[in-house]
Design a protein around this ligand. Structure first.
Ligand SMILES: NC(=O)C1=CN([C@@H]2O[C@H](COP(=O)(O)OP(=O)(O)OC[C@H]3O[C@@H](n4cnc5c(N)ncnc54)[C@H](OP(=O)(O)O)[C@@H]3O)[C@@H](O)[C@H]2O)C=CC1
Ligand SMILES: CC(C)=CCC[C@@H](C)[C@H]1CC[C@H]2C3=C(CC[C@]12C)[C@@]1(C)CCC(=O)[C@@H](C)[C@@H]1CC3
Length: 327
């Protein structure tokens, strides 16, 4: 039977590269590109059909940062399809990023230089915004919209004699110290991206604890440092052009510089090929590329614990109730 794969944020970067790779590897699947901008989604679909003319590629309008849009997209999915096999929660933003160059140069001459290039720990801050639902934008987009989507799609994800996978595009920039249970939306701090990605790691664990019995499995991925619209937004384009040779050089020292969206999608694609029951719910699956350009996937234990993840889940349920009451 045809397998249904939904990818959020599928019109560019890692999401689009994943779609290409999925279609190349498996002609018997149906892809659903869930994107906020239908024009960009149509362009992505055309590109995919150019390389895979007989592929089944559907479009769905979904702005994960808007509660109304998530609810109506979930309704549309339930009308169109009878089950969901893979749900890639990939859409993400890092608005108004600022690089702390002082910290960068300090890091450059310290023993933590590789770690700094792999995670950008302490290098990046962002200025967040508030959505029309009254939520912090990064939290709403990177985490809460996706959480709501899973909740709404439970009947299609959890079916008897069927396993489904939800796969979060997290990041090695996820950091426990950027997250607080008292401020899950990160209203107070300046690292909403780190916080939202750490929250997705926690939520994935909670989903596994609660939903595995019903056939739903959740995994988290870090695509590495990939040149996409997101990274091009961090520094001016001319800077990236200038330092591109340096980026390839850095790859010799750290396999986390995957650089191309194709390489970045490695772990997302690898997970598609695995039996979800055999995956480790406490590991993040990293896309890695060696100095010679060889792609591979490696699990790394996450800094997560059961009680924090369960408490986050309960906070999200509480917020879901509040938000739905006001609709
Ligand atoms: N690039 C990197 O180095 C890394 C990226 N990641 C993560 O990878 C994921 C993909 O990002 P990447 O490919 O790099 O960057 P891109 O900006 O190319 O892709 C992001 C995708 O998310 C979509 N998107 C953003 N906001 C929304 C929204 N509200 N509703 C629906 N779709 C939305 C974008 O759509 P639109 O085109 O309309 O803006 C776009 O399709 C993100 O979650 C990011 O955090 C993680 C680690 C490293
Ligand atoms: C390469 C040179 C000479 C300078 C660039 C410095 C930074 C702009 C760069 C260093 C590490 C990078 C990085 C990311 C963005 C750009 C850097 C901070 C990410 C934060 C992008 C998004 C992610 O989720 C992370 C996994 C990336 C980690 C590394």
């Amino acid at each position: 039977m045809e397998r249904l794969v939904i990818v959020t944020g599928a019109n560019s970067g890692i999401g689009l590269a994943l779609c290409e790779r999925l279609l190349t590897g498996d002609s018997g699947l149906r892809l659903c590109l869930a994107c906020r901008n239908l024009q960009r989604a149509e362009a992505a679909r055309s590109a995919l059909l150019t390389s895979h003319p007989s592929a089944h590629v559907d479009l769905l309008q979904l702005d994960v940062g808007s509660v109304k849009s998530v609810l109506s997209a979930a309704h549309e999915i339930k009308v169109r399809y009878s089950k969901v096999d893979f749900l890639y929660l990939n859409a993400g933003i890092m608005p108004n990023p600022k690089v702390d160059f002082k910290a960068f140069f300090r890091g450059l001459f310290s023993k933590n230089v590789i770690h700094m290039f792999a995670t950008a720990d302490g290098l990046l801050t962002q200025q967040d915004h508030v959505t029309s639902d009254g939520l912090q934008g990064v939290f709403a987009t990177n985490l809460f919209g996706h959480f709501l989507l899973i909740r709404e799609l439970e009947p299609l994800l959890c079916q008897s004699n069927h396993t489904s996978s939800v796969i979060w595009t997290s990041s090695s920039n996820a950091r426990r110290s950027a997250f607080s249970l008292e401020d899950i939306q990160h209203k107070e701090g300046k690292e909403p991206y780190s916080s939202s990605k750490y929250a997705s790691d926690l939520l994935s664990l909670a989903l596994n604890q609660r939903m595995n019995r019903q056939g739903l499995y959740s995994s988290v991925v870090c695509p590495g440092m990939v040149m996409t619209n997101l990274t091009y937004g961090i520094l001016p384009p001319f800077f990236w052009t200038l330092i591109m040779p340096v980026m390839w050089l850095i790859r010799i020292f750290t396999n986390t510089f995957t650089i191309t969206p194709y390489n970045g999608a490695e772990a997302l694609h690898w997970l598609f090929l695995q039996k979800p029951q055999f995956l480790d719910p406490r590991s993040k699956y990293h896309s890695l590329t060696s100095g010679l350009g060889k792609n591979y996937t490696q699990p790394q234990k996450m800094d997560v614990d059961d009680s924090l993840s369960e408490n986050l889940y309960l906070e999200l349920i509480k917020l879901e109730k509040e938000i739905k009451k006001d609709l």
